[in-house]
Design a protein around this ligand. Structure first.
Ligand code: UDP
Ligand code: MG
Length: 307
């Protein structure tokens, strides 16, 4: 059995086209499948449209979350509920071409990969392109994970890789990072990321920055290192300044130095605030994880039995 997970949040304009293309693409390589739409608390007619689709295609299932949990949580819900021996994750705005799934499926079956990821070799969208590319290069450097550069959620995994991913219980989640972290035999297919087929992007620039911060704070010590290095440089500078002052005093120069005093107070003060912010970020993350709350909550699961 093959499972395709698609999170959707207020995508009413796209559901029909999305379902049709996804079903056609999947049926090109298997007839034993389920398509799990995870409705991430949509406030428009997305759920109604999905229920309509389900009437025509019984292999379509809907996981209706109790509110908007964010798309990493929505994918997680799908991963935990998918029953397939092969599971794919795909965005619901057709930026990831469903037609690529056949190639991923072939690579897992014939070439012995456990995970096949879509690697973006180009983007049609201008939106946030520079920022996204910079993030991926930087993240690869600081996290030191193999080959996560320019890979998003679009991917297919076999059962053992899915089970490994589902074991990662942290509530602050960055799935592309976790997917690299678990290891296994990972392969790639390159593709050009399309423009959204319609509707507005649901990940605003702000949400993307927060996701990027989650990635960096969860997968690297980079922020701590920056603090330490800056702290050490600061200490050295002030050590030398101190020696200079002592020497100058003993040779009898008069010290006027109002501006140097005030500037160094400002400088030290602001550095300390930044460091406190970084420490706060870690404390917040420890707090979040220790609460141990569920990553998502399901209002209703529309699978084959229930209606
Ligand atoms: N999405 C979601 N919950 C959210 C935000 C987005 O389920 O809170 C879904 C959205 O419907 C889409 C996918 O996640 O299917 C990717 O969202 P989007 O296209 O806005 O992200 P981007 O392509 O800009 O990264
Ligand atoms: Mg998109």
């Amino acid at each position: 059995m093959f499972s395709l997970i698609i999170p959707v949040y207020n995508e009413e304009d796209l559901i029909d086209e999305l379902a049709e293309r996804a079903i056609n693409a999947v049926e090109s390589f298997t007839s034993n499948y389920e398509i799990l739409f995870v409705n991430d608390g949509s406030t428009d007619s997305t759920l109604r449209k999905l229920i309509e689709v389900r009437k025509r295609f019984s292999r379509v299932k809907i996981v209706d979350l109790s509110r908007n949990f964010g798309h990493q949580a929505a994918f997680t819900a799908g991963l935990e509920m998918a029953m397939g021996n092969y599971v794919a994750m795909m965005d619901g705005d057709l930026q990831d071409p469903p037609e690529l799934l056949a190639e991923m499926f072939r690579m897992i079956n014939d070439e012995g990969f456990d995970i096949v990821t879509g690697k973006r070799k180009g983007r049609k969208t201008k939106r946030h392109r520079i920022a996204t590319n910079l993030f991926h290069v930087f993240f690869k450097k600081v996290a030191g994970l193999v080959e996560v550069e320019n890979a998003g959620n679009f991917s297919m995994l076999n059962r053992s890789a899915v089970d490994a991913l589902v074991k990662m219980k942290e509530s602050i989640r960055y799935l592309p990072g976790l997917r690299s972290f678990i290891g296994f035999n990972q392969g790639f297919v390159e593709y050009i990321r399309e423009d959204r087929a319609g509707g507005e992007p649901k990940m605003t620039f702000g949400k993307l920055v927060l996701l990027g911060a989650d990635a960096i704070f969860s997968f690297s010590k980079f922020p701590i290192k920056v603090c330490l290095v800056l702290g050490m440089i600061g200490t050295l500078v002030f050590l030398f300044a101190g020696i200079y002052v002592l020497v100058a005093k003993s040779f009898g120069f008069a010290l006027i130095g109002w501006s140097s005093t005030v500037l160094s107070i400002y400088f030290l003060g602001s550095i300390q605030l930044i460091f406190l912010g970084v420490v706060g970020e870690y404390v917040y993350r420890i707090y979040k994880e220790s609460q141990n709350r569920p990553i998502y909550l399901v209002k209703k699961f529309y699978d084959t039995e229930t209606e």
